[in-house]
Design a protein around this ligand. Structure first.
Ligand code: 13P
Length: 339
């Protein structure tokens, strides 16, 4: 049975489920492995991701989809089973990162633009053949003295919209990811202003690119103070400010919003999502598409040792369960102790 793109988008934000972002580029996964003193090789990357995708209960109950990197979507488990099959056998959907990363933006000191539109229709059709159901493109907006510029916001929003149009036409649900970074010392209000500006521009560009919003998912940052800010907001305040800005900017035609974690602690990322859902009813599903906030604990528990696979899977199952509960507003701080 083939699913329509609207059905895929809805499945990605099914109640109590969210997305595992396991699409770290070779450079990023090396950094993660450095933190546990494991060499990053094709085999170690496979073993680590195989451990996650074989966490059967977590995958079946809490993970609607997995974002893969080009290497991983082509990789096989140790026993020869394609990794994409492990994911689909667990009832989850394989997805693929298709952007080519960020590059310095001309005439905009300190700002970047995401590349990768050239040849994208051809790559999309290859990924459809390889079993992908959705795609991701990440744009990066930094807050600092005199930035972001409109030049940067516009260039990134335009590229996101072109990418989304190419994906929908080619048969993949686009995850539209404009990430306002939480690096820096700005307060939550500054993050709110910039996030609102970015989202307004993204939805304008999606409209001009004729993208059917019903077939897309938004992956935004939360509205949160910069990591170095002396004025950190409470969890409830982050939830309130984030929902306020999303309501101003994201049309209800969008089936779901799946947040990135962006460097928040595991439990903060879960708690923020929970408090937002507890504020419902909301015009869209609010869920997660976490990388670090789902993987930090299992990565550490595993530490590259085959005898630790079960411990890594337990750590992953716990975080997946906590976030699944947060996606329906049913998380409680006490439940974290079960870990
Ligand atoms: P984090 O949740 O670690 O921010 O990663 C999500 C992601 O996919 C960033 O593009």
């Amino acid at each position: 049975m083939t699913m329509t793109l609207e059905q895929v988008a809805q499945a990605m934000v099914a109640p109590g489920k969210g997305i595992l972002a396991a699409d770290e580029s070779s450079g990023t996964i090396k950094k993660r492995f450095d933190s546990i003193k494991v060499d990053s090789t094709a085999d170690s990357r496979r073993d680590y991701r195989e451990m996650l995708f074989r966490s059967t209960d977590a995958m079946k109950n809490c993970i609607s989809g997995v974002i893969l990197y080009d290497e991983t979507i082509r990789q096989k488990a140790k026993d020869g089973t394609p990794l994409t099959k492990l994911i689909s056998d667990a009832g989850s959907l394989p997805g693929i990162k298709v952007d080519g990363g960020t590059k310095p933006l001309q005439f905009c000191k300190g700002e970047v633009v995401t590349e990768g539109l050239d040849g994208l229709p051809k790559r999309v059709s290859e990924y459809v053949e390889l079993g992908a159901k959705f795609a991701k493109w990440r744009a990066v907006i930094d807050i600092g003295a005199g930035i972001p510029s409109y030049t940067c916001i516009h260039a990134n929003a335009h590229a996101l919209a072109r990418y989304a149009a190419i994906c929908v036409e080619g048969g993949l649900v686009p995850i539209v990811e404009p990430e306002v970074l939480m690096d820096g010392a700005h307060d939550i209000q500054r993050c709110a202003e910039v996030t609102e500006w970015v989202l307004k521009e993204v939805y304008q560009e999606l409209y001009y690119a004729r993208v059917p919003l019903e077939q897309t998912i938004l992956k935004p940052n939360m509205v949160i103070a910069g990591k170095q800010s002396p004025k950190q907001a409470s969890r409830e305040q982050v939830a309130e400010e984030t929902v306020k800005i999303l309501k101003r900017c994201v049309p209800p035609a969008v089936p779901g919003i799946a947040f990135l974690s962006g460097g928040q602690s595991d439990q903060d990322a879960t708690a923020h999502l929970h408090y937002m859902n507890a504020m419902g009813p909301l015009p869209w599903k609010l869920s997660f598409s976490y990388g670090r906030a789902l993987q930090a604990a299992p990565l550490k528990a595993w530490s590259g040792k085959s005898e630790n696979v079960a411990a890594g899977q337990r750590a992953f199952a716990h975080r997946a369960k906590m976030n699944g509960l947060a996606a329906t507003g049913k998380w409680k701080q006490d439940l974290e102790k079960a870990a």
